[in-house]
Design a protein around this ligand. Structure first.
Ligand SMILES: Nc1nc2c(ncn2[C@@H]2O[C@H](COP(=O)(O)OP(=O)(O)OP(=O)(O)O)[C@@H](O)[C@H]2O)c(=O)[nH]1
Ligand SMILES: [Mg+2]
Length: 295
């Protein structure tokens, strides 16, 4: 029997549940999820192979009104991902008003009409009339009705998966059928540390933080991981460390537990903190962290 395979980009405003949806499709905690908007900053790839169909899901950062250079990088990532995808899922939030999308993204989506699937998430929390309003918006903008899902309860997720799968082209699998991602364990480790920073610190600090795994010694038991957290100001370094280093210790314990869950192995996590002033605005720093910098 012939197989189908291709990429499906998941796009939408911040906090609508894109990363949660990727994880639900894969039945694995792969992409980080927090209650805060703008959690995801890069593409996160998750591969789902079942019933003769291989879907390479690509989770993307939320579409933001750019306030600094990192945001421009994030928009660049979204545009490239949409351009490269076979199918695009525009995810909406049933508890919010219809989105206003930046023109280039809206145009891209309109251009990929034939391969665009709109899905309304969080229907478990919708009030009467909310879903209908988003359905009208979807028909007005893209000429077709939206799927309705709740990533939280799982409702509608399998039917959305099928809807996406049938739109992929006949093709041999693009990756071995037991691969779950194209990204490295190091990448996911740095993301798990970032997720823990979102959970343990308020305000700007999570947004000012970048994490780099500098050393990863797999031959050791426990697995030795040295990671550096970059922040923008000395005051933020102080907050991260906390009184007598207590905050940093708590961060280390919580992040280590997540990483051990992910790698299924005991971990020694060696965390360092460095100040890199204004890294979110500086092209050279952004490139160093692997972000595309639009000219
Ligand atoms: N009630 C409800 N909450 C949900 C649902 N799906 C996701 N959430 C919650 O919505 C919040 C944001 O989820 P994420 O998956 O991080 O959203 P995102 O779109 O990836 O956000 P960014 O990466 O910031 O763009 C989290 O607190 C999730 O638990 C759902 O179906 N119902
Ligand atoms: Mg996300």
């Amino acid at each position: 029997m012939g197989t189908r395979a291709g990429t499906v980009a998941i796009v939408g405003l911040p906090n609508v549940g894109k990363s949660s949806l990727l994880n639900r499709f894969l039945e694995t905690k792969l992409s980080i999820v927090t209650a805060s908007a703008q959690t995801t900053r890069e593409r996160v790839v998750g591969i789902d192979t079942r019933d003769g169909i291989q879907i390479v899901f690509v989770d993307t950062p939320g579409v933001v009104d750019p306030a600094y250079l990192l945001h421009h990088s994030m928009l660049e990532i979204i545009e490239r991902t949409v351009a490269d995808a076979d199918v695009v899922v525009l995810l909406l939030d049933a508890t919010k008003h219809p989105p206003t999308l930046p023109t280039p993204i809206e145009e891209r989506l309109a251009a990929s009409r034939g391969s665009l699937v709109v899905a309304i998430n969080k229907i478990d929390r919708a009030r009467p009339g909310d879903v209908e309003a988003l359905q009208r918006w979807t028909v007005d903008h893209f000429g077709a009705a939206a799927e309705e899902v709740s990533v939280a309860t799982g409702e509608g997720v399998d039917s959305l998966r099928q809807e996406l799968g049938v739109r992929l082209p006949p093709s041999p699998y693009l990756y071995p059928d037991d691969d779950i991602s194209t990204q490295s364990v190091r990448f996911f480790v740095s993301e798990l540390i970032r997720e823990t920073i979102f959970e343990q610190y308020a305000d700007e600090l999570p947004y000012s933080s970048a994490v780099e795994v500098e050393e990863f010694r797999e031959t050791e038991d426990p697995l030795y991981i040295r990671a550096t957290i970059f922040v923008e100001r000395p005051s933020q370094k102080g907050i991260l460390i906390g009184r007598k280093g207590r905050a940093l210790r708590e961060l280390g314990v919580a992040a280590r537990a997540k990483i051990e869950d992910f790698v299924q192995q005991r971990v020694f996590l060696d965390l360092w903190i460095k100040v890199l002033p204004k890294w979110r605005k500086r092209p050279s720093d952004l490139r160093r962290f692997g972000f595309p910098v639009p000219e």
